[in-house]
Ligand binder design. Structure first.
Ligand code: AQP
Length: 344
């Protein structure tokens, strides 16, 4: 079977989609549509690895879908769906649970961070999350995965699982006519000036949906006044902006704001510093607010319009899920044959 180039990525419906999700992931999803077949997933099964209020979860699934559409993903040319409507994700994840090694999962820093000190009390699902993520990608035999920097380790694990599956079942893969390898080793796409957007309150912490302070992030649904207020209050230092990138090395908050500006403008940090080097933060922040409001305002408005029409959003998910199921079903049939599971 030839490995066609295919993009897959997902976003969790855990509320408060923010500038980090947008610049680290969704902007790239939109760009990649022009050159690849893309599959974009609302990963609701990942969301429930931590308890979610059911009514809020339903709302959040529709909100992430609305964000995909509002940002410019075309659900007719590509596939937009929610994970729980395609049972093959969970099915392949089980096979991968039997391929992945405990030692590999024990090294995952995201589990350590999310489980914190109360590890014994974390869900089994949270621990096995990377196995499900590998299944999300590989059930479509995707070759490219646009993600933020925080997902790099999970992508490496996905490659390890694919490689081990290909090795463990090598003879069977060849015997069934799939060539030397069944799964591709997917490439992470982690590019641009904002692969890790940091909290506006603390330049050492990533911007996150679950941060208790709403002032730590810019939400895609924030209005112009809120965006202005949050950037005005964003932590900085007393020095003016440097003229060159090297000058940002020991200034995480300045580095973060310059990276956000560059990513929103579609340029580099060096170009932004060429324009604002020597300026006080008051001047730079005012420009950053204007740029953010210009870029995010229309997205927030479109998200509001779409979430007011849940029937339309659900229809997009139903259509995408039906198309995803066909592709995932083909992979799962092949996996069952390769592993030796009888199917009728
Ligand atoms: N701060 C960030 N900077 C750049 N990219 C980011 N991503 C997340 N935060 C940043 C990228 O957004 C995509 C979707 O992320 P997710 O919702 O699936 O999961 P997450 O990484 O757990 O997101 P959060 O906001 O940090 O949620 P919580 O607070 O629940 O942990 C991914 O590609 C991710 O890299």
């Amino acid at each position: 079977m030839a490995m066609t180039q295919r993009v897959f990525s997902g976003v969790q419906p855990t509320g408060n989609l923010h500038l980090g999700n947008y610049l680290g992931a969704i902007v790239k999803f939109v760009e990649l549509q022009n050159i690849h077949d893309c599959i974009y997933c609302v990963v609701d099964l990942h969301a429930i690895t931590v308890w979610q209020d059911p009514a809020e979860l339903t709302r959040n699934i529709r909100e992430v879908t609305a964000a995909f559409l509002a940002c410019g993903i075309d659900p007719r040319k590509h596939i937009v769906f929610n994970q729980s409507q395609v049972a093959e994700h969970a099915e392949l994840a089980w096979v991968f649970n039997c391929v992945a090694r405990l030692g590999w999962l024990n090294r995952m820093t995201q589990f350590k961070e999310k489980a914190g000190k109360d590890r014994e009390n974390a869900s089994v699902g949270l621990y096995a999350y990377p196995s499900l993520m590998a299944a999300d990608i590989l059930v479509y035999r995707a070759t490219h995965v646009p993600v933020g920097e925080d997902q790099k380790q999970h992508l490496e694990l996905t490659r390890d699982i694919a490689q081990k599956f290909n090795n463990d079942f090598g003879d069977s893969i060849r015997a069934h006519g799939f060539g030397e390898a069944f799964f591709p080793l997917p490439e992470p796409l982690i590019t641009g000036p904002a692969t890790r957007v940091m909290s506006l309150r603390d330049g050492s912490k990533k911007m996150s949906k679950s941060d208790a302070s709403d002032y730590s992030r810019i939400n895609l649904t924030d209005d112009a006044d809120t965006i202005a207020q949050k950037f005005r209050k964003a932590k900085t230092d007393p020095e003016p902006l440097p003229g060159e990138e090297k000058g940002l090395e020991t200034r995480p908050e300045a580095d973060n704001l310059v990276g956000i500006y560059a990513a929103l403008e579609g340029t580099t940090k060096a170009t932004v510093l060429g324009q604002f080097g020597g300026s006080q933060f008051s001047v730079f922040k005012a420009a950053l607010v204007d740029l953010s409001v210009a870029k995010l305002g229309p997205i927030g408005a479109e998200m509001k319009r779409l979430t007011a029409d849940p029937a339309y959003v659900d229809a997009v998910l139903a259509d995408g899920s039906a198309r995803a199921r066909v592709l995932a079903g083909q992979t799962m049939d092949a996996v069952k044959d390769i592993v030796g599971l009888v199917r009728s």
